[in-house]
Design a binder for this molecule. Structure first.
Ligand code: GLA
Ligand code: GLA
Length: 661
């Protein structure tokens, strides 16, 4: 990351947890704007993101510009004390551009050209798109460089949400250049991709293509490199916009909204985060509330535990799931405050006013179709005042935990490629199950990228750490040698950075550290379970595990004639390396995790009565240390007495209380 820079605000402004939304005044007549601003003040809104999808209005035709309406909006917001996170407006190109230049439209793996008419229909590598986009960015930056309302730049929007994978000729050209940079020579590429297999040897970079639909499984390293390249191509676009912004408005920090949520995995956000001044994330509840907390913790990890900006979430229902239910009472605030617990210093929604037209008219907003006289708007106002009670928290870091889960995009991408032992394996689900089990045990948990400094942790869990290049192996060995406790699961340590198997037996790069050796994987059928001696059951995966080192203890065995040890622990000096050779799921992990924690010397911070019912997250900074207690369930919970900034010892269902320690 560049050095962390937060919102630009006038000197002397007290730090606060900012509050607001995406604001799309261009969808509404002028008179609505005055009402918007009145209601924003009532709700305590102090920041809005504007112009995200305004390209066609700002530039109605090539060479024709209309900034007057945006001048008005920005002035109006400024007079009302509302900061502007100004978008570069490049997210969705206007029809005139794609009609004149159909060559900017993305192409899918099977050759389908995506049409205009939706949004984000542009190739990340199109030089034509880049030229038009940067012209727009330059105009905006020059026009608003000195406007005091601008607190940050919002580059594009959710880079890659719809256009991450483009297989066009532009992409092919850029992919070749990326590969030439990575490998130097075509022989380097041939070695890395293992092209001796299936007559795939390339004579020059010119022969290389993106992994378009092929007659059989495309080369796995080609696929992996295409995933890396596609993430880098989005980052490249981000950097191109950022460079203009930095040159013209060096004092204004730059961000872009990530999508750390659910199965969205097109960008390596740990890497992309290095290119912005502060991390922003968009999160929508998909699976359950633990997924929200887990995503927030990943976001904090890529932000290196500095404050980050929750750029979007929903007040209630979304429009893009098969069935879109409104949030239940209390969830609006709890979801927001969970993000704050994990380091968000700004809480924003998509969007301010619910649209009357367009594809998102059934997506909730801060001002619903029903208007201000609604439960939802009253909840929005109530959250605004709750945030004011947390201003002392603003600027603080998320406090480091003693336990970390490694979260690695490379392993996610690699582990779920095709032609593997099973297609039932899900990287993120395994990591989330560990998150839930550890949280249930009453400890705080960090989620950190694979290049994080592990020194401060007692326990590091590496779920499905499939890809382990030599430096990562060394880092994990050093962690254990230094007295750390490592847990790795099945399908870890299997390949190097080129997706080449570490030979000699699994789990490859981690075999010696774990003191076990596996000759063959034994994935399980879809509904098959294998019983373990500790009463748990494994699904998805099993292995015949041979213990190969002294000092390896078997913590649980398979109750199956062809299988032996299932969970093992090797003691290494003061440290240890535990191997879990099957998917235990949250129930099975519940049986294992307390022992793993105790062995690592990690003591639950929550009293026994609260474990499982409450999530504890802490932040720490100049104003002290703050404990966030999040009620995970539907019953009232009794918390310890304390100095509460928000809520109190009686924690209502789905409530959040914050105490100063
Ligand atoms: C994304 C986009 C927004 C909006 C929301 C709807 O987060 O960035 O423009 O489409 O989804 O949930
Ligand atoms: C076929 C092919 C082989 C190999 C095997 C794998 O038999 O001829 O090259 O791909 O399938 O099962």
């Amino acid at each position: 990351m560049q050095t962390h820079r937060w919102l630009r605000t006038p000197e002397g402004t007290a730090p606060r947890i900012s509050y607001g939304a995406d604001y799309n005044p261009d969808q509404w007549p002028r008179e609505v704007w005055d009402e918007d601003v009145r209601l924003m003040k009532e709700a305590g809104v102090d920041v809005v993101s504007i112009a995200i999808f305004s390209w066609a209005k700002l530039q109605p035709a090539p060479g024709e510009w209309d900034f007057a309406w945006l001048d008005d909006v920005i002035d109006l917001l400024h007079e009302s004390g509302i900061g502007v996170d100004l978008a570069t407006a490049t997210a969705s190109p206007p029809p005139w551009l794609t009609i004149a230049h159909p060559e900017v439209l993305p192409v899918t793996a099977d050759g389908t050209v995506l049409s205009q008419g939706g949004r984000q229909h542009w190739r990340p590598t199109s030089p034509v798109f880049r030229r038009y986009a940067l012209e727009l960015v330059t105009k905006l930056a020059e026009r608003y460089a000195d406007h005091p309302a601008i607190v940050a730049w919002h580059v594009n929007n959710e880079l890659g949400c719809h256009n991450a994978y483009d297989y066009s000729d532009d992409a092919a050209r850029a992919f070749r250049a990326w590969l030439a940079e990575r490998y130097g020579t075509v022989d380097g590429l041939n070695d890395a991709w293992g092209t001796a297999f299936w007559a795939q040897r390339y004579g020059s970079f010119d022969e290389v293509l993106p992994p378009r639909v092929a007659a059989s499984f495309p080369n796995p390293t080609q696929q992996l490199d295409f995933l890396r390249f596609s993430s880098d191509a989005l980052t490249d676009h981000l950097v191109a916009e950022r460079e203009i912004l930095n040159r013209i408005t060096p004092d204004v920090p730059v961000t872009t909204n990530f999508m750390i949520v659910g199965d969205t995995r097109h960008a390596d956000y740990a890497k992309m985060a290095r290119e912005i001044d502060f991390v922003s994330n968009d999160h929508y509840v998909t699976v359950d509330r633990d997924e929200l907390a887990f995503s927030a913790a990943i976001t904090s990890g890529v932000a290196r535990h500095r404050p980050w900006f929750l750029m979007e979430h929903s007040t209630s229902a979304v429009n893009w799931q098969p069935v879109n239910r409104p949030k239940r009472q209390g969830e609006l605030a709890r979801d927001s405050l969970t993000h704050v617990a994990h380091g968000a210093d700004a809480v924003c929604f998509f969007q301010w006013r619910q649209s009357a037209a367009g594809a998102e008219k059934y997506h909730s907003a801060m001002v619903p179709h029903a208007g201000e006289d609604s439960r939802l708007f009253r909840d929005v106002v109530a959250l605004g005042s709750a945030l004011r009670r947390l201003d002392a928290v603003a600027g603080s870091d998320r406090a480091q935990a003693e336990v970390a889960i490694l979260f690695d995009w490379e392993s996610w991408w690699g582990a779920e490629l095709d032609s593997h032992p099973t297609e039932l394996l899900r990287y993120r689900r395994e990591a989330l199950e560990w998150w839930t089990a550890l949280t249930d045990a009453g400890v705080r948990v960090d989620v950190v990228p694979a290049d994080a400094d592990l020194a401060g942790y007692r326990l590091v869990v590496a779920p499905v750490l499939y890809s382990v290049p030599a430096p990562l192996r060394e880092a994990l060995e050093a962690f254990v040698a230094g007295g750390g406790h490592l847990v790795a699961t099945y399908f870890s340590g299997i390949v190097d950075e080129n997706d080449h198997v570490w030979l000699g037996g699994y789990p490859g790069a981690l075999r010696e550290l774990l003191g076990v050796r596996v000759e063959e994987f034994r994935p399980l059928w879809k509904d098959e379970k294998v019983a373990l001696s500790n009463g748990a059951a494994g699904t998805i995966w099993s292995e015949p595990v041979d213990v190969t080192a002294d000092g390896v203890e078997v913590l649980a065995s398979y109750e199956h004639e062809e299988l032996g040890a299932a969970v093992t622990r090797r003691t290494v000096g003061d440290g240890s390396a535990t191997y879990v050779s099957t998917r235990l799921g949250t129930d099975g992990l519940a049986a294992l995790v307390p022992d793993v924690l105790a062995h690592a010397g990690v003591h639950p911070e929550l009293p026994e009565a609260l474990r499982g019912r409450v999530e504890l997250v802490s932040r720490t900074g100049a104003n002290g240390r703050f404990d966030f207690y999040i009620n995970r369930g539907d019953d009232e919970v009794r918390l310890p007495e304390g100095d509460y900034l928000l809520g109190g010892a009686a924690l209502p269902p789905r409530g959040v209380a914050v105490a100063r320690r």
